[in-house]
Ligand binder design. Structure first.
Ligand SMILES: [Zn+2]
Length: 245
């Protein structure tokens, strides 16, 4: 297990203009990466980041996130109102606004449809089960919000409680929401989520089921978080969306 240097560190801030330009470039880059990694297809998903003035850069309605150009992005305020006379924000802007309102520490939100993770919610396989050490010590268990209708206010409301205490969550039959201290940090959690789902998928395929690690093993792993300097929100510690909370 290796945690190494923090490659998701937030770069030093420059002028507001530079920050905006850097943010637009980063959203295009991560959008392309999500597309290349098959976390989204067509016009799926949406990505955003919060700037230091509190405004938000977000992918626009109906765009293919694999082929974005910096000028395509929408610039909005925390209520979702378009700034700069630019493009209109994604129809799922509510997912992003609820995340930023409930979590002042969150600076980026990535919503995608990673196929293995979504399939697990459809199949009713519990992603919050403690199985893989790296996930146990970082994200914890991955909770799933109840099904809600996309394109309506049901969707952000369905994740509001989970956003308060988890950086990664699934929306039943739909997709994933990953929160981060910056865009790369949110993307990293998406990578970890889908990788976990693939491993569980394989385990189910070959063994017909998955056994969680015993509680003593989970407790020993969680006890390493302090010494290893892992401070991120952990749902196995705060029981976010998990039984017993
Ligand atoms: Zn979606």
């Amino acid at each position: 297990m290796s945690y190494g240097p923090d490659t998701t560190a937030t770069p030093a801030a420059g002028s507001a203009h530079e920050e905006l330009a850097r943010g637009r470039a980063a959203l295009c880059r991560i959008g392309a990466l999500c597309y290349q990694r098959n976390y989204i297809v067509g016009a799926d998903g949406n990505l955003s980041m919060r700037l230091s003035d509190g405004s938000i850069l977000i992918t626009p309605a109906g765009a293919m996130k694999g082929f974005l150009e910096p000028q395509h992005l929408a610039h909005i305020d925390i209520e979702g109102r378009t700034l700069d006379n630019g493009p209109k924000a994604s129809s799922e802007v509510g997912i992003h606004l609820v995340s930023y309102k409930e979590r002042p520490d969150v600076k980026a939100v990535v919503h995608t449809h990673p196929p293995h993770a979504v399939a697990m919610t459809i199949a009713g396989i519990d992603l919050s089960m403690p199985v893989i050490p790296e996930i146990i010590v970082t994200i914890g268990g991955i909770p799933t919000a109840p099904y809600a209708t996309p394109g309506t206010n049901e969707l952000p409301e369905s994740i509001r409680a989970l956003v308060k205490c988890s950086d990664v969550m699934m929306m039943q039959n739909h997709g994933a929401v990953c929160l981060g201290k910056n865009l790369m940090d949110a993307y990293k959690k998406l990578d970890m989520l889908e990788h976990t789902a693939k491993i569980l998928w394989l385990a189910h395929t070959v063994a017909g089921g998955v056994k969680p690690l015993p509680p003593e093993a989970v407790a020993k792993l969680l006890a390493t978080r302090g010494p290893l300097g892992i401070g991120q929100v952990n749902t196995l510690e705060n029981r976010c969306g998990l039984p017993g909370r």
